[in-house]
Design a binder for this molecule. Structure first.
Ligand SMILES: Nc1ncnc2c1ncn2[C@@H]1O[C@H](COP(=O)(O)OP(=O)(O)OP(=O)(O)O)[C@@H](O)[C@H]1O
Length: 259
């Protein structure tokens, strides 16, 4: 359920790396509580740069980024409100599934019994309760990503940042994880900021799509996806949104005029 409370605010954000690359130019965007918003754009348009700023990893060259009305770094350092899932599951190979999920909870210092209960409960939510004693090498790519998502959820974040989390997975696994992610989003009622270059994925998941143009990264279009969940990938309406997002993407890359 989206409400008017602002979770993320980009205001006139430019990002120029010290190599001289202009990764973002004049990004203005307000993300509201409960949204599932995707940054959709071609490779190198600054999607990860924008996401990383929200996670407090890197600062704007000009303009401001706010998370819950504050500096992102301060939010990360003082609360569990923001969690990040990368394309690579980034699990510690010498720790079991359970111990990987326990890690952020240990760092936050809650008591041992409640930590374990929380970790088991999130592993249950992602369908891995029977694998808590396995090691990452014993899991498939999809299962490793589930552990990574469970680890992010363990701290009960209000904002989940996901940088192409399913890009390395086969299509079937990707679709299953997309469905599971939506179930988690609906149940936990958090805000999700998701990076993808896959139009179908963006339309399937998002309540809103922020289409970004090629370098320097700019916001070229905002698409409200007015379809109920769970979405059917084969309906005419779904295809219409895919077409609209694709056209917007092509337009942003300078290949085609919007019709
Ligand atoms: N640390 C860095 N130093 C210098 N340039 C960088 C750095 N990180 C990213 N860039 C450059 O900034 C631009 C935007 O990169 P970014 O990773 O944000 O794009 P992206 O849209 O997420 O791309 P992809 O979909 O390929 O991951 C690219 O040209 C990239 O090479």
């Amino acid at each position: 359920m989206v409400n008017e409370k602002e979770v993320v605010l980009f205001q006139g954000v430019d990002k120029v790396y010290n190599t001289g690359t202009v990764a973002l130019s004049q990004l203005n965007l307000s993300i509201k509580e409960g949204e599932f918003i995707s940054f959709l754009g071609p490779s190198g348009c600054g999607k990860s740069t924008a996401l990383r700023m929200v996670a407090g990893l890197g600062e704007a060259t000009r303009g401001t980024v706010e998370v819950f009305g504050k500096n992102p770094k301060a939010v990360i350092e003082t609360s569990n409100d923001v969690a990040f899932v990368f394309q690579d599951a980034n699990l510690l190979p010498w720790r079991t599934v359970l111990d990987n999920v326990l890690l952020p909870l240990e760092l936050r210092g809650s008591d041992k019994k409640s930590r374990k209960e929380t970790a088991i409960s999130v592993l249950e939510k992602v369908g891995l309760k029977d694998h808590i004693k396995s090691y990452p090498r014993e899991l498939s790519g999809g299962m490793r990503m589930r552990v990574s998502i469970a680890r992010a959820l363990a701290a009960k974040p209000k904002l989940l940042l996901m940088d192409e989390p399913f890009a390395a997975l086969d299509e079937m696994t990707r679709q299953t994880l997309q469905m599971d992610l939506l179930n988690i989003w609906e149940r936990e009622k958090m805000t999700v900021l998701f990076v993808t270059h896959n139009v179908y994925e963006a339309v399937y998941l998002s309540s809103r799509i922020a289409v970004m143009s090629a370098r320097p990264g700019r916001l070229s279009n905002l698409i409200d996806v007015d379809l109920t969940y769970p979405r059917e990938r084969t309906t005419a309406k779904f295809t219409e949104y895919v077409d609209a997002a694709s056209q917007s993407l092509e337009h942003s890359m300078g290949r085609k005029e919007l019709v």
